[in-house]
Every structure is written in C-alpha cells, then in structure tokens.
Design a protein around this ligand. Structure first.
Ligand SMILES: [Zn+2]
Length: 197
C-alpha cells in the first residue's frame, strides 16, 4: 500500500507533459528522498511562479515586473518587432542570439475550427504598439504549419497597408514543424534568410 500523500504527488506529477506514471513515481521518490530543503524549495518555486509571473504589459511575454526584460533592454532595436505564437517560441528564437529587436507574443494562432479568431489573440495590442511610428519592420515568426501560415497572411494584410515592412521566416524550417523544437542553427538561418511579404 502506497501512502496517500505519495499517491497524490505521483498523480499531480503524472499530469505534466511527457511524464508517464512510471516517471512520476520515480520523481516522487526522488523528491521524498532529496536532502535538505529541496522539497519545500520546489513547492515554493511552484507557488511563486503562479503568484508572481504574469504577461508583459507591452509584448505579452512573461515577466514578474510591469515590462519584461526584452522590452526594458535599451540595447535592443525598437524598429524591428518579431511576432511569435508562444513564449516558448520566443525563447527558441532568443537562443539563436540572432535577433536583437523586440518581440510580440500572440498567445496562439488563428484557428476558426477551435474558435480562435483575431480577437482571441494579442493582435489589437500589436497594432496599438505601431501607433508611435517607431516600428519599421515586423517579422512574422509563426510556425510553418496551416494555422501559422494563415495567421501570417492575416497579419500581412493588416500591416502592409500601414506602410510597414513585413517579412516571414520560413527557409530551412520543415513544413508543419515547430519553432520550439527547431535546432538553433536552422532557426538562426530562417531568421536571417527571411523574405519580404
Ligand atoms: Zn515585454
């Protein structure tokens, strides 16, 4: 008989993506046996991430301040904004060290079948950011799948009439692939070899 608290921990861990029942059990035993304050540090870290981390007021990436580090960094270029689907995609692009502009996180893609229209994404906020006239280029870095392409097309039609250069990363990324899992070299090339729309 496994003690109930242990069962509860295993059940919670097993809900994590990519973690099966067996791995959840292994992790639970590890937490149980870990020396010192590991277990309480872990539980505090989990609690704090929910309490303190929220969306950046400008680009909608994640931060524990009003504006995120990418928006606050004076060395980054205000004239170029890279539009991504998720924070994970932002982090993947950031790992390439190729991009020194600003970001904008949509938090999804257009997907009519799932009931996701433009108003469910941070598109209105993107247009508002263009209001001060500082942005000269928008790089559309949505994923190269059906929804990502449709979203890029939608944004192009919206942004081009405003006289902004719109470009699309694509080359080198497999169709249907996911930015988050692309290797850094491929992603860096896709960014530098972007094409105008
Ligand atoms: Zn930000």
């Amino acid at each position: 008989m496994t003690p109930d608290p242990l069962n509860r921990l295993v059940a919670q861990l097993a809900k994590l993506p990519g973690i099966g029942e067996k791995t959840a059990q292994r992790l639970a035993f590890h937490i149980l046996r870990a020396p010192g304050d590991y277990a309480s540090d872990l539980s505090q870290a989990i609690r704090e991430v929910k309490e303190k981390v929220h969306l950046c007021g400008r680009c909608f990436s994640l931060t524990d301040a009003h504006l995120c580090g990418f928006c606050q960094d004076q060395r980054r270029d205000d004239r170029v904004v890279c539009v991504v689907e998720t924070f994970a995609d932002l982090m993947a692009l950031e790992r390439t060290r190729e991009f020194k502009g600003r970001y904008h996180v949509l938090h999804g893609v257009l997907s009519p079948l799932d009931g996701v229209g433009p108003e469910q994404l941070r598109i209105k906020e993107l247009l508002e950011r263009l209001g001060d006239g500082r942005v000269e280029e928008i790089i559309l870095a949505t994923n190269p799948d059906v929804e990502g392409e449709a979203t890029a097309l939608y944004l192009t039609r919206l942004l081009k009439p405003a006289g902004i250069r719109v470009s699309r990363i694509a080359q080198g990324l497999p169709m249907g692939g996911d930015l988050e899992y692309a290797d850094q070299a491929t992603l860096a090339k896709a960014l530098s070899a972007r094409r105008d729309l």
